[in-house]
Design a protein around this ligand. Structure first.
Ligand SMILES: [Zn+2]
Length: 150
C-alpha cells in the first residue's frame, strides 16, 4: 500500500495544531453522520459543515466531491499522524496559510496549502491546487461537525 506523506502543519501552525486531535470525538461524529443518513436522505444534501472548535460555517454537504475516485481519503503525515479527510469543491469559511508547495503532496500533480478556520484559526485541512485541474479542499472530518442549521 502506498502511503502519501504531507506535513501536518507549517511552523506557524505549531500552537493551535497541538489542540486539534481529539480521538474521543471520532466515533461520535461517524455515528452522527450515519444516523442522519438513515433518517432522511435529503437532510444530507441540505446540511452544513461547521468548525468543531467555534461552530463557524465552513462549507456545505452539497460541496462534497470525489477526488481520485473517492470523497474520503486517509493519509498519514511524516509524524505518523493519520488524517481522515473529505474532499470539497469549495469551503468559504476558511483561509489558506503560507505558499503552495508540492512537497510530500497527497494528490499527484497538486500543490497544497494549510487551511485554517477563518474565525478561530484552527487547522482544518488543506487546499489543493493544480495548473491542470480545478482545485479543491481536503478537510479533516473530525474537526468539522455537521448541522442543518446555519
Ligand atoms: Zn473555527
Amino acid at each position: 500500500m502506498m502511503i502519501h506523506l504531507l506535513p501536518a502543519e507549517t511552523s506557524e501552525m505549531t500552537g493551535p495544531a497541538r489542540l486539534l486531535l481529539k480521538p474521543e470525538l471520532r466515533g461520535k461524529e461517524k455515528a452522527g453522520i450515519k444516523e442522519e443518513a438513515e433518517l432522511d436522505d435529503d437532510l444530507d444534501e441540505g446540511s452544513f459543515l461547521l468548525c468543531r472548535q467555534c461552530l463557524s460555517l465552513i462549507t456545505a454537504a452539497s460541496e462534497r466531491i470525489d477526488v481520485d475516485g473517492a470523497h474520503q481519503h486517509t493519509f498519514a503525515n511524516p509524524h505518523g499522524i493519520v488524517f481522515e479527510i473529505g474532499c470539497f469543491r469549495n469551503a468559504w469559511g476558511c483561509g489558506t496559510v503560507g505558499s503552495p508547495t508540492n512537497e510530500f503532496t497527497w494528490f499527484a500533480g497538486y500543490f497544497w496549502q494549510v487551511v485554517v478556520c477563518a474565525s478561530c484559526l484552527t487547522h482544518i485541512g488543506w487546499r489543493f491546487t493544480s495548473s491542470e485541474a480545478s482545485g479543491f479542499y481536503g478537510l479533516i472530518l473530525e474537526r468539522l461537525i455537521e448541522s442543518d442549521i446555519t
